[in-house]
Design a protein around this ligand. Structure first.
Ligand SMILES: Nc1ncnc2c1ncn2[C@@H]1O[C@H](COP(=O)(O)OP(=O)(O)OP(=O)(O)O)[C@@H](O)[C@H]1O
Ligand SMILES: [Mg+2]
Length: 290
């Protein structure tokens, strides 16, 4: 990564209390993200993941009050001093609960809504809507009323609506919680493509580490309002105490190789996906055979 790049997300000594709460939901957060990074954010329930997403897209402090200290800067804009509408042109959000996010009658109207707010011309709007629906694989839902869709389909609509705006940063809060394994994989593959082909900076909040770990170069863990790890997934998942304390769902193949490693049988990098594990196993067995 080019160290001369200005950070696209900068969180400095950020602490936030919800109204009437004596316990901070975020405490002393420092996080720097460079343009084009693909970042995973995980941690147990109540750790503060959603709160951090709200601090990034400006909902905190513009729509969600509370006490805060520190600063969040997005593409050079101080979020506390920049209206949400302006931030929305830079940072797209997919919320944990798609119900709370979707406002229109039909899928097409939902995608058009955000584009109208950004004053995108009609012709371009139509093209962007088609492209976003196609990317997420829901072209067939274009004219369907939102209220008829399943939870997973609504999640896909929310993702398509965010992508249609072509933000420089995309923050997704557990976007696969209502999707089946195949649908979840499709979404994560799509995010990988958006990151690789368009250089979109992506922050993916996800509890399913098996989905996250093989893909993101950097994994941040929140626990009790603080960042307790910020490193490559292999390094994070190699920390047994941390994994146990946070109850992180380590991919079974990683766990298996951790056992082999502890038994002194394996000395390489911990595999994060089954295909990596298979390669390591082949290597291990070929060394052992005479
Ligand atoms: N609107 C609110 N008012 C008061 N407290 C809140 C509010 N929203 C969240 N909290 C509290 O802030 C803390 C962090 O919550 P947050 O929703 O950010 O966690 P999370 O990591 O996203 O959890 P989950 O994995 O369950 O989505 C929790 O203790 C929660 O109870
Ligand atoms: Mg949450």
């Amino acid at each position: 990564m080019d160290p001369t790049f200005e950070p696209i997300i900068k969180v400095e000594d950020y602490t936030f209390y919800y109204p009437d709460s004596q316990v901070p939901a975020l405490a002393g957060i420092n996080l720097t993200v460079r343009p084009g990074e693909f970042l995973g954010l995980t941690g147990p329930t109540g750790a503060g993941k959603t709160t951090l997403a709200l601090a990034l897209n400006g909902i905190i402090p513009h729509f969600q009050g509370g006490r805060l200290a520190g600063r969040v800067t997005i593409a050079g804009l101080d979020t506390a001093a920049t209206p949400c509408a302006r931030l929305a042109g830079v940072i797209g959000s997919v919320f944990q609960d798609p119900e709370a996010q979707l406002v229109a009658e039909t899928v097409e109207d939902e995608l058009a809504f955000g584009l109208e707010n950004l004053a995108v011309p009609r012709e371009e709007m139509r093209a962007r809507i088609s492209a976003a629906l196609e990317m997420v694989g829901i072209t067939d839902l274009r004219h369907r009323p939102l209220r008829q869709l399943s939870g997973g389909q609504k999640q896909k609509v929310a993702i398509a609506a965010a992508i249609a705006l072509r933000p420089r940063i995309l923050v997704l809060d557990e976007p696969t919680s209502e999707l089946d394994p195949r649908g979840s994989l499709e979404i994560v593959n799509l995010l990988e493509r958006l990151n690789r082909d368009y250089g979109m900076t992506i922050l993916l909040i996800e509890q399913k580490i098996s989905l996250l770990a093989p893909r993101v170069p950097r994994l941040v863990c929140l626990h009790q309002s603080r960042i307790v790890a910020d490193a490559a997934p292999r390094q994070v998942l190699g920390q047994e105490k941390l994994v146990a304390e946070l109850g992180l769902e380590v991919p079974p193949v990683t766990d298996l190789f951790r056992l082999l490693s502890r038994a002194g049988v394996y000395h390489g990098n911990l595999p994060l996906a089954v295909d990596q594990g298979r390669r390591e196993l082949d290597r291990l067995l070929s060394h052992e055979s005479p």
